[in-house]
Ligand binder design. Structure first.
Ligand SMILES: Cc1cc2nc3c(=O)[nH]c(=O)nc-3n(C[C@H](O)[C@H](O)[C@H](O)COP(=O)(O)OP(=O)(O)OC[C@H]3O[C@@H](n4cnc5c(N)ncnc54)[C@H](O)[C@@H]3O)c2cc1C
Length: 402
């Protein structure tokens, strides 16, 4: 197959799902692979080697024609609604954009946590009530395939239907390429996220199972619980027999996530994480000195197009968003993961260990492989997380200076 996604590329699959949605022979399905990531599987008896899948794929299409993130402006802001601000990940701007969209007739493409499958998955919603399940980051890879196919059906039959698309940078790149190739004329606003990468389900599945065994059926999962302060990165799991709150650097899942040892292979060098965005707006945490005293969460909104700028101006004019300041991109990017990640071979070793053993043993194994400096920094962060917030802020300032 010369012309399909099975051809050689130096880049790795992001699992964005665009190939599956563009295929008119339904030859591509998206499944979890043996490394615990969503990836395409091609049914060769259906494939006609038409090249459509290659035409939308990150591995074969350059990202360079899209906006360069370092050249854009960033707004520091948060939702003006205290409830929204409290129950969202950063400043709640994702929710406010989605709500504005629904009120103006758009459908919203976003990610929910599926409690039956214990997986993140994309959905298309049309009401403000349904936005509750989209609220909040799920720090695992989502399965976009069913929602993307639904999107293709709706957009093909109704060119007047508008959409607001939320997703990781690779998902938004795939969706945008899909729209380009399909020549959809629908009014579509693309919103991607500052992204650290996605950890494997080989970590998530045993982690969530352990909680379910102890807490019973899980009714709520908050990957970024703000009750201990926004800078603390806490995960909260609520079950029928009790609840668990884990702070980063102590919590098993968060440590795999932050140590970059079980991320998707494509995340290591992802040009969309580091350089370009196919979106109108990119949302994230405004970390760094400007807002280090804020424990309620401030959004960094990177404005990558005039359309994005117009939406933010509209939300500010309506008073649903409170603007804290306007900055060069560097003010937000300085605290984001915009470098290639190292230790790719350690990641491969960790996944091999995860397949054979349990997550805690694998964690002890990889911790011993890390350089001494990294181990000491990790231990210091774990100790620091137990201190009062004032001390943490002082330590953070100190570590920035040295
Ligand atoms: C895997 C992942 C890694 C991230 N890494 C960083 C980072 O390194 N730095 C940073 O500043 N911000 C990161 N973010 C973004 C950040 O956590 C918030 O999602 C963002 O700031 C929007 O929050 P909000 O308060 O504006 O709105 P919210 O209402 O909390 O919006 C959350 C939005 O994220 C979408 N979403 C949730 N989970 C997923 C998912 N698994 N895949 C795709 N879309 C999803 C939802 O559809 C919703 O639109 C990451 C998010 C994810 C999902």
């Amino acid at each position: 197959m010369q012309n399909s996604i099975l051809s050689h590329s130096t880049l790795e699959c992001t699992g964005c799902g665009a190939c599956s949605a563009v295929c008119h022979k339904a030859a591509i399905s998206i499944r979890l692979n043996d490394e615990g990531f969503f990836a395409p599987s091609v049914d060769m008896s259906r494939c006609v080697d038409c090249g459509a899948c290659k035409g939308v794929c990150y591995r074969f299409q350059s990202t360079a024609s899209y906006a360069t993130i370092s050249e854009q402006r960033v707004i520091g802001c948060h939702s003006s609604n205290p409830d929204t601000h409290k129950t969202t990940t950063s400043g709640g701007i994702g929710y406010e954009i989605a709500k504005w969209g629904i009120e103006n007739g758009y459908k919203v493409f976003g990610t929910i946590y599926n409690y039956e499958r214990d997986e993140a998955e994309s959905v298309i919603v049309s009401s403000v009530l349904e936005l509750e399940s989209i609220k909040g980051s799920k720090y695992i890879q989502g399965d976009t395939s069913a929602a993307l196919r639904k999107f293709v059906d709706i957009a093909s039959s109704d060119p007047k239907q508008g959409f607001i698309f939320f997703g990781t940078p690779c998902q938004i790149f795939g969706a945008r390429e899909l729209v380009r190739v399909k020549r959809f004329a629908n009014d579509i606003i693309f919103v991607d996220l500052f992204c650290h990468g996605v950890p494997s389900y080989l970590v998530w599945n045993p982690y969530v199972k352990e909680h379910r065994d102890r807490l019973g059926k899980i009714s709520n999962l908050n990957f970024r619980y703000k009750g201990n302060g926004w800078h603390q990165y806490s995960i909260k799991v609520v079950g029928e027999r009790g609840e668990y709150t884990g702070m980063a650097y102590k919590d098993t899942f968060y440590r795999y996530f932050f140590d970059n040892v079980a991320l998707n292979a494509s995340c290591f060098t992802c040009s969309l994480r580091k350089q370009h965005t196919a979106a109108d707006l990119r949302l994230g945490d405004f970390l760094g000195p400007q807002f280090e005293h804020r424990e309620d969460g401030i959004s960094a909104v990177l404005v990558a197009s005039q359309r994005g700028a117009d939406i933010m101006a509209e939300l500010a004019k309506r008073g649903v968003v409170t603007i804290c300041g306007n900055y060069d991109a560097s003010a937000a990017l300085c605290a984001q993961s915009t470098e290639d990640y190292g230790r790719r071979s350690l990641r491969d070793g960790v996944l091999t260990h995860l397949k054979a053993g349990n997550i805690k043993e694998s964690q002890r194994w990889y911790f011993r492989q890390l350089p001494l400096k990294t181990r000491l920094r990790s231990l210091a962060k774990r100790c620091a997380a137990l201190m009062p917030i004032g001390v943490i802020i002082a330590l953070r300032r100190l570590s920035r200076r040295i």
